[in-house]
Design a binder for this molecule. Structure first.
Ligand SMILES: O=C(O)CCC(=O)C(=O)O
Length: 442
């Protein structure tokens, strides 16, 4: 562990050899107060992706930092204040279990109080390296431009055979959803779009759905015993899948995700409670900083559907006053309640964020519900549909067991008697194609 002191705040950064090395350059002496800005002081000196979209861009020049224009000072103050508020919430630490083997009660209390929790050090460096290698290989196979059939090397691109929606593209530092009717209009206010550096690609991928079909390392993480135990503690032993996605916030390019609440179906239900629309894990490959993190308004999951447009208008900008960044080191895993008001700013910083989202629901929130339309077709989520979608978790658990035969295993109750029906083999690999058409999206 290494402690670095940035602009009056302590950030605890773990350094994973060969993956990511952070260095802090305190340039206040040279440049005065401007250097308090995390966008200026945190420098990623080794993040190397290769491939068609050039994930690293290697473009962490000061050009990026001019892009906030006259908002730069306000943004700097906001990022620092948000990180300081996050440090007071008491909702981070290693995964702990009680004597009964269930997730520790104080962790659950902190999650239900704030709407999110950061589990530190869940994914070990060796597994992170496998994840990075897989994602590098996948990234090199993306279509060379939006709609192209081939990757940068002229071979058929990763997604040419897919019918389900997979790749989401954005102009650099843009807000593709904010203020539009997309996704049921759930991103009602547009985020500030900083000016990208010259030379940024016209468009690049920032979100990949159905990610488990493209990466066995991601699939294996889906069956991680700690993740399954946390999901059982939050959503009950009979929890169900929701969807899985990869958010990529490339330095100087990554799109914003405008403030939103995720749920669709149950907002007007008399039975609505803070857990009704489930939660998402985010597994962090490179960690996150105030400048590139997911931000959450703590406690907002307890107040039903909120008027986000009015919140932004009251704030006078997209800098919601109470929001905090979900700060992570590489290998940390956060859970975020889908009913919280959450979002992320365009990544004008020099640091990449690569987050694997794994979403889960309570079975009773999903069973018998007619839903869909955001991630896939509208359908009734009956028992057969839930079982079919859950097979992906069966593959994940078996793929993980085969890869890590000495790891303690965990029982996922709904597959307790049928897990061996989902062996991880070539049939399973092809069965995953377009599995996300069956996502359980509520
Ligand atoms: O990671 C991000 O920037 C956005 C994530 C998000 O909106 C979500 O998990 O629902």
């Amino acid at each position: 562990m290494k402690k670095a002191h940035f602009g009056g705040l302590f950030f605890v950064l773990r350094t994973v050899p060969g993956l990511v090395v952070f260095s802090a350059r305190r340039r206040r002496a040279r440049c005065g107060n401007r250097d308090l800005h995390p966008l200026r002081t945190i420098r990623t000196i080794l993040i190397r992706f290769t491939g068609a979209n050039n994930m690293a861009l290697a473009a962490h020049s000061d050009d990026l930092l001019a892009s906030y224009g006259d908002r730069e000072d306000a943004m700097r103050t906001y990022l620092e204040a948000g990180a300081a508020r996050a440090a007071t919430l008491g909702n981070r630490g290693p995964v702990r279990y009680g004597p009964d083997g269930r997730l520790a009660g104080d962790i659950l209390e902190a999650y239900w109080r704030t709407g999110f929790y950061v589990f530190t050090g869940v994914v070990q460096p060796a597994e992170l390296q496998e994840l990075e290698a897989d994602l590098n290989a996948m990234w090199a196979r993306l279509p060379v431009t939006e709609g192209a059939d081939t990757d940068a090397s002229g071979k058929p691109a990763l997604t040419t055979e897919n019918e389900a929606p997979t790749l989401f593209w954005s102009a650099p530092l843009a807000d593709p959803f904010g203020g539009t009717d997309l996704a049921n209009g759930r991103h009602p206010a547009r985020m500030f779009e900083p000016r990208p550096a010259s030379g940024a690609p016209a468009k690049s991928v920032y979100l990949i759905l159905g990610i488990l079909q493209f990466s066995e390392a991601c699939l294996r993480l889906y069956g991680h015993p700690d993740l399954l135990r946390i999901a059982a503690a939050v959503n009950g032993d009979d929890f169900t899948p929701f969807n899985e996605a990869l958010f990529v916030k490339q330095p100087g390019i990554g799109a914003s995700v405008a403030w939103h609440q995720d749920g669709v179906t149950h907002w007007d239900s008399p039975d609505l409670d803070p857990g009704t629309h489930g939660f998402n894990f985010q597994v962090q490959l490179y960690g996150s900083t105030a400048a590139n993190a997911l931000w959450v308004v703590p406690g907002s999951h307890r107040h039903g559907k909120l008027d986000i447009k009015a919140m932004v208008e009251r704030a006078g900008s997209d800098r919601l006053p109470d929001a905090v960044p979900v700060l992570c080191a590489p290998g940390d895993v956060s859970i975020c309640n889908r009913q919280t008001v959450h979002g992320s700013f365009a990544n004008a910083s020099p640091d990449a964020r690569v987050s694997l989202n794994l979403g889960f629901h309570r079975r009773r929130s999903v069973l018998g519900i007619e839903a869909g339309g955001v991630h896939n077709e509208v359908a009734v989520y009956d028992d057969a549909r839930i079982r079919e979608r859950t097979r992906v978790l069966g593959y994940a658990i078996n793929a993980r067991r085969a890869h890590y035969p000495h790891e303690a295993t965990v029982n996922y109750a709904p597959l307790a008697d049928t897990l061996n029906e989902y062996p991880w083999n070539d049939h399973a690999r092809s069965d995953l194609r377009d599995y996300n058409t069956l996502d359980l999206s509520i």
